[in-house]
Design a protein around this ligand. Structure first.
Ligand code: GLN
Length: 350
């Protein structure tokens, strides 16, 4: 019996392929070259270059359909990067803040995915780019409230309507807390911006009512639009936005405070919608140039996420006709290129 067992063991050891049986040989030490994206000097250099290159750019103009936004200083220009391990790099103006506007749509969407799972977003709102302006009514009408996504106004107001909370105050509290957790500090409402838009948002009210008519609005349309308008008026600087983007880059754990804000699963479903529609009808051009999920807001901010590596944010109020900050587009593109983090840029094996 004993011999048979030994024989079996010997037989087994013969079957084990040599590569598994032997201890791996120590591979020769890898050359100590940092890839640009993990080299602090390279990151700072790319950011400083972008700042100098685009600071005097005169293209674009502040959003003015929200009266308060037309008054914001167009020269504000701040850049920040927050790595997945919590390092913060900055260039330019970090003191000035802008209203978060549509960038908030990302975090409210994440809240809803966290609470109700990815199917709720897909089935009740949609995850398709409309190819039209962010506040297009035709887009809603053409598809009877379908074929939209949570990053254009109709889908975003629907997402706000889905956030857990018995009343307007409870939903707003949850949305503000989510944004604050992503930013790692208590954020506040820019009241003049909120009042200015709330008094003049008949178009968004119309969108919310049209969705209601098609059974695609999940709460009172007037209240949902009001809470949505509030979330758009949350005040943020470039550093706040970069920490928010860095939290997405780090799978939902804030890399600075270390708090788990949402699950990695939620982030996995949030980033693709940003890649599809984060820069509205210019999302395709953006993805073509950078390969990265991103989100813009008419306050002048843009965030972009390099999954697993870092989040980047730029604020600068003058916008392109599609409603995206021009200095932000140009400088993020410059930095992404310099650091070689476009995921579609592949070095072939020879
Ligand atoms: N609050 C703005 C609106 O609803 C947000 C739009 C945007 O940032 N693109 O019109």
């Amino acid at each position: 019996m004993k011999n048979r067992i030994i024989a079996i063991l010997i037989g087994l050891s013969v079957m084990v392929p040599a590569t598994y049986a032997q201890k791996p040989k120590k591979s020769p030490a890898a050359p100590a070259v940092l890839e640009a994206w993990s080299d602090p000097a390279a990151i700072q250099k790319a950011m400083d270059e972008a700042y100098v290159k685009f600071k005097d750019l005169k293209e674009g103009k502040n959003a003015d359909y929200i009266k308060e936004l037309a008054k914001v200083d167009p020269n504000i220009f701040g850049i920040a990067i927050v790595t997945a391990d919590g390092k913060i790099y900055t260039a330019g103006d970090l003191k000035s803040a802008v209203s978060i506007q549509s960038i908030s749509k990302v975090f409210t969407m994440a809240r809803v995915i966290e609470e109700q799972g990815p199917r709720a977003i897909k089935d009740k709102i949609g995850v398709d780019a409309t190819g039209m302006r962010f506040n297009s009514i035709i887009a809603v009408e053409l598809q009877k409230g379908k074929e939209i996504n949570p990053l254009v106004n109709p889908g975003a107001i629907a997402a706000t309507s889905l956030v857990n909370g018995a009343d307007s105050a409870a939903k707003w509290k949850s949305i503000l807390a989510t944004h604050s957790d992503f930013a790692g500090r208590e954020l506040y409402l820019d009241i003049p911006v909120y009042i200015s838009e709330a008094g003049d948002n008949l178009r968004n009210q119309a969108i919310a009512h049209l969705l209601k008519a098609y059974g695609r609005m999940y709460w009172d349309p007037v209240e949902a639009t009001d809470v949505y308008t509030k979330q758009c008026a949350i005040s943020v600087n470039a550093r706040d936005l970069a920490i928010m983007a860095g939290t997405l880059a780090n799978g939902g754990v804030n890399p600075v405070t270390k708090k788990k804000v949402v699950s990695a699963e939620t982030v996995k479903y949030t980033l693709p919608v940003m890649a599809t529609a984060g820069l509205y009808d210019d999302a395709g051009q953006w993805l073509y140039a950078t390969g990265l999920p991103a989100k813009s807001g008419v306050g002048g901010g843009i965030i972009a996420v390099v999954p697993g590596k870092f989040g980047i944010a730029v604020i600068s109020p003058p916008l392109s006709p599609a409603g995206n900050s021009l200095r932000a587009i140009y400088s993020i593109r410059h930095i992404i290129e310099a650091l070689g983090v476009n995921p579609y840029q592949i070095t072939p094996r020879q």
